[in-house]
Design a protein. Structure first.
Length: 704
């Protein structure tokens, strides 16, 4: 009897749908390589949406073999849809982006269709903060990651990772996401003089959803502004006021002749003509303040776009020693001088804050809609003591924690400094503000580390392998969230061949700063190299972290340059272990794509071994599977920088630009070629060129 009642209850429950969530059917996009679905976009879709639709089409085809057609919403179709953006079917389904925030997206399954939509800035237009909203594209790339498990590990086809999925079924979805940052950039990743590489890296950045609805300029703008006085701003340009950043110009000389009191006073009470872009202005001069405010107003009015005008001082030291400026010097709470300004014994925060306030007040009265920006940085990193620390309403700040540059956050003291300055300003700033840094970067190498003089800007990350430092990344982003910072511009590493992982972590964390970088690193290594090799490469990067952490903690002045001592004490000392771990990983079973990605690390270790041997930091007779001759190294560098979707070794060769006479002595001879033709050697200062035939000779050069 009890059994009959229980059976009756279960029958009733199923009839009433109590268990309907468990029996609800999935939405089948592809079944065994076949699909009836069409991808639909608006007839007036912007380029961002078109590119996302093509990527969706491509990745579904790679995963399943089914190529879904793409059609515009002005064409009739009876097939089920993946509707992207504000299509007519989306409007019929009562879906709108009117109340959505810029860059947000919604993914929804409804009525047998899949809808992905978000606010999209039309081509040729911009947001009210000079940026772009690619909400629908953000949704498409997020859908591909979350539901098809797609990853773009690095630029180009070598970075595309799409797991096979002969059938693609979706659960019921109603997902909305708004990025916490409205400005996201991993910068300095490409060379615009190499169009195909530039396009490849930009595609990767777009798929990582970098960009943003805000695009304010914060750069050092003093000498640009003084140099623009003879230029008429163009309408519609992003930054129409940009001029030379150097003071040695006719415009600056003309201003100096009329207003020498606008320039900084030295220790002798003189106001010398500025010698470099590090020179300072007399920020307390009321006429200079008025003039600078008028330049801002003129520039802002002339632009069709809602740009912001930067008030940021020039980089470096050399602040005015006038009585008026010195009266604004604050005490310096830092125990050690800022390496960006090593001579500073005081904080310049009140000097700079007064400059920001005075100009902002004039602009607010004369052009209320105008917007201003400026750095919180270097010797003005701490809140001011002698003027109001509350920033004006028409001013947006970007903090650049310069003492934390270049893996400095491996140090507990630097972490404490980082938390203090961001936390102190977070208590003061009520509106939006932003973050600028290069915390996982070796920006350049000293000339001695390169091997000869004259190459001081040789890229520090080239021909080595650097850690992605997830512990640093996981330290930074929670503090940015606690400090209500709204966006970040962080230097990436253009050497994707060894730093794709580092760039990936930064991009993912900027899109969603609540993620965990350590988890992202583990996933990336396994996706990039496969489970077995990925596990071994986890050890490789853990050891890199250990070596860098130890080196930075022992060398407290180390920042973002790679000194020759580091090549010896860190890289040469640990090279055998680095090579062994890599070779263990390369011996594992991998797919062709995984093997190609791992070989990129091997190529950098080959270059590194060659460099260390040339510097006598490794034995000249050392021989290993990664040993190559000079000629082989030359071929690797040449091919690696030209035939890839990104530069393998940026900075290692420099293409000769422009035209003009070569600064070489050339001697012509009718003598026949010698039997033993001499070959140029690395670091040769001179060599002979033999023409194969008579006639005009064209020589293209590269500096190595």
């Amino acid at each position: 009897m009890m059994h009959s009642r229980l059976l009756a209850f279960l029958t009733c429950a199923l009839t009433l749908g109590f268990f309907s969530p468990q029996i609800r059917a999935d939405l089948s996009i592809v079944t065994q390589g076949k699909s009836a679905f069409t991808i639909m976009i608006p007839a007036n879709a912007p380029e961002s949406l078109k590119a996302a639709a093509e990527e969706l089409q491509r990745d579904i085809e790679i995963a399943s073999g089914a190529k879904l057609p793409i059609t515009k919403d002005d064409a009739a179709t009876n097939s089920p849809l993946i509707s992207l953006g504000r299509t007519k079917p989306a409007e019929s389904a009562k879906l709108s982006t009117d109340q959505m925030t810029d860059e947000s997206y919604r993914i929804l399954t409804k009525g047998g269709n899949l809808y992905i939509l978000g606010p999209d800035t039309p081509d040729g237009a911009w947001t009210t903060r000079n940026g772009f909203s690619s909400g629908t594209a953000n949704g498409v790339y997020s859908f591909l990651e979350d539901f098809l498990n797609v990853r773009w590990l690095m630029p180009g086809e070598i970075g595309r990772d799409v797991p096979p999925a002969p059938s693609i079924s979706l659960p019921e979805i109603d997902q909305t996401f708004t990025p916490k940052f409205d400005f996201r950039d991993v910068s300095h990743l490409h060379d615009q003089s190499l169009p195909f590489q530039y396009a490849s890296v930009m595609e990767w950045k777009i798929r990582q959803r970098l960009g943003g609805a805000t695009n304010w300029d914060f750069n050092h703008n003093w000498w640009r502004t003084l140099n623009r006085s003879s230029r008429k701003p163009s309408k519609g340009g992003v930054y129409p006021w940009i001029g030379s950043s150097e003071p040695d110009s006719d415009s600056v000389r003309e201003i100096y002749a009329k207003h020498p009191d606008w320039f900084a006073m030295d220790q002798n009470g003189k106001r010398p003509f500025p010698k470099s872009h590090y020179a300072k202005l007399e920020t307390t001069n009321p006429d200079l303040v008025k003039w600078f405010a008028q330049q801002a107003i003129e520039t802002l009015k002339a632009s069709e776009r809602p740009i912001a005008f930067s008030l940021s001082p020039s980089d470096g030291s050399g602040w005015s020693l006038s009585p008026e400026s010195k009266s604004l010097y604050d005490s310096n709470p830092d125990l050690t001088p800022d390496p960006e300004d090593p001579l500073a014994s005081a904080s310049m925060s009140s000097v700079v804050a007064k400059w920001y306030h005075d100009i902002a007040e004039i602009v607010a009265k004369e052009y209320p809609e105008g917007h201003l920006t400026g750095y919180i940085y270097s010797s003005y990193i701490n809140p001011p003591e002698k003027v109001s620390a509350q920033l004006p309403d028409n001013f947006t700040a970007q903090i650049a924690t310069s003492r934390a540059y270049g893996y400095g956050l491996y140090r507990p003291k630097t972490q404490a400094y980082f938390n203090r300055v961001t936390g102190d300003w977070a208590k003061i700033i009520s509106g939006d503000w932003y973050y600028y840094d290069l915390p996982t970067q070796l920006l350049r190498q000293s000339s001695a580390a390169v091997g000869r003089e004259g190459d001081a800007n040789f890229a520090g990350s080239t021909g080595i392998v650097t850690p992605a430092a997830p512990e640093i990344v996981d330290f930074i982003f929670p503090q940015l969230l606690r400090s209500h910072i709204k966006g970040a511009n962080i230097y990436g590493v253009p050497s994707f061949s060894n730093a794709a992982l580092s760039n990936y972590l930064l991009a993912k964390m900027e899109w969603n700063p609540s993620l965990n970088a350590a988890d992202l690193q583990k996933e990336w290594l396994h996706r990039a190299y496969g489970a077995n090799a990925g596990t071994i490469m986890e050890r490789f990067y853990a050891r890199l972290d250990d070596w860098f952490r130890d080196y930075y903690q022992k060398n407290e002045t180390m920042r973002y340059e790679l000194p020759i001592e580091m090549l010896k004490d860190l890289y040469a000392a640990n090279y055998p272990e680095m090579e062994k771990i890599y070779l263990d990983a390369s011996a594992q079973s991998m797919s062709k794509g995984q093997s190609s990605r791992l070989q990129l690390i091997g190529d950098n270790l080959i270059i590194l071994q060659w460099r260390l041997k040339n510097l006598s930091f490794l034995p000249k007779n050392l021989s290993s599977p990664l040993t190559r001759s000079d000629a082989q190294i030359s071929d690797m560098i040449q091919e690696g920088n030209i035939k890839r979707d990104f530069q393998m070794y940026p900075g290692l060769t420099r293409r000769s630009g422009g035209s003009g006479k070569l600064p070489w002595k050339v001697r012509f001879s009718d003598q026949a070629l010698p039997d033993n033709l001499p070959q140029p050697q690395w670091n040769d200062d001179s060599f002979l060129l033999y023409a194969a035939k008579a006639g005009e000779i064209q020589i293209s050069t590269r500096s190595v």
